[in-house]
Design a protein around this ligand. Structure first.
Ligand SMILES: Cc1cc2nc3c(=O)[nH]c(=O)nc-3n(C[C@H](O)[C@H](O)[C@H](O)COP(=O)(O)O)c2cc1C
Length: 308
């Protein structure tokens, strides 16, 4: 990792417009690795080009494999690093490639598929969660078995967390939630404020329209109303293959129409400029680090503060 970054701090790719070129470029310019989250292919290419205009440093692109089309790979091939999430992992481009994993089995599968490395995601992580055990436990299981790089995701909010990850054998540490609460993130200001105010998060499957998968969020009205409805999961699972074919941009427009009283809750998070009422009906993705995040800062300051 030393050759690519001057500090072993990676900003997680966050989809739905949360991590765009402004955030990724600011992180990379500060010496970390900034990552652009998934967009429709053309918009993803524009985001990467915009980031290149802001920094000459490396930029990563994140692809959520359930939504990835061949055109996404053509864009990702232009990035310095591509990080994938959700499987099955498969090498598609010559670019340096890491796959985010939630288990040892998945890490070994990614290595067999030709990945240059893996990200071990702990259950404490924010957003969609593949991990079922704490990140350090997974790191201890994966590190001795994988030859490539291993980055750790989950629980990273301060320099001491990055230090602990490196001491335990990780090559770099990945933070998502800490970067939601930055000036450059695309999150709605009310979402950032809730990350700062919250002290706890919960695992949920409520925002599963089109993508039925476990996610860690801060509680809001939609979660309170629908969390215990056992029929919701099977309905979302049954309709997901169809809805996953709806273009990402259309899914985001759909999210803007959500009401807490309706269980049609998509995974798209509330962005700056969206109506405030959507803070109660869209996912406030966040990890357990919310307990230690107390401010919204410029991303470069966050990179500096995370650097051990
Ligand atoms: C708001 C948010 C959105 C996320 N979106 C994505 C995504 O689009 N792709 C991805 O690979 N991981 C995504 N993640 C998960 C991160 O890659 C990473 O595992 C997680 O942020 C680490 O935990 P932390 O948020 O506590 O730092 C997201 C996380 C958050 C908090």
């Amino acid at each position: 990792m030393e050759a690519l970054l001057s500090t072993p701090v990676v900003q997680a790719g966050m989809g739905g417009g949360l991590s765009r070129h402004e955030l990724a470029a600011a992180v990379s310019e500060a010496g970390g690795l900034g990552t652009i989250g998934i967009f429709a292919p053309r918009a993803l290419g524009e985001e990467l080009a915009a980031a290149r205009r802001l920094t000459a440093k490396p930029i990563a692109v994140n692809l959520l494999l359930p939504f990835t089309r061949p055109a996404h790979w053509r864009v990702a091939a232009e990035a310095d690093v591509v990080v994938t999430f959700w499987g099955p992992p498969k090498r598609q481009v010559a670019t340096k490639w890491l796959h985010q994993c939630g288990s040892l089995e998945e890490a070994l599968e990614a290595e067999r598929a030709g990945a240059d490395g893996v990200i071990v995601q702990g259950v404490e992580a924010g957003g969609h969660v593949r991990g079922t055990i704490p990140a350090h436990e997974l790191l201890a299981a994966v590190r001795p078995r994988v030859k490539g790089e291993v980055w750790l995701a989950g629980g990273i909010a301060e320099a001491a967390d990055v230090r602990a990850a490196l001491d335990a054998g990780a090559d770099a540490a990945v933070a998502g939630t800490r970067f939601v609460a930055t000036e450059e993130s695309g999150a709605h200001p009310g979402y950032k404020a809730r990350v700062v105010a919250a002290r706890e998060t919960m695992l949920s499957e409520v925002f599963g329209l089109g993508w039925h998968a476990r996610h860690r969020v801060i509680e809001n009205e939609a979660v309170r109303r629908w969390q215990d409805k056992r029929w919701l999961g099977p309905v979302q699972r049954a309709t997901a293959p169809l809805l996953a074919r709806v273009p990402l941009a259309a899914q985001e427009r759909l999210a803007a129409t959500q009401r807490p009283g309706s269980p049609l809750l998509s995974p798209a998070p509330a962005l700056a400029g969206w109506p405030d009422r959507l803070l109660e009906t869209t996912p406030l993705y966040a990890g357990e680090t919310v307990a230690r995040i107390n401010d919204v800062r410029p991303a470069a300051d966050v990179v500096r503060d995370l650097t051990p």
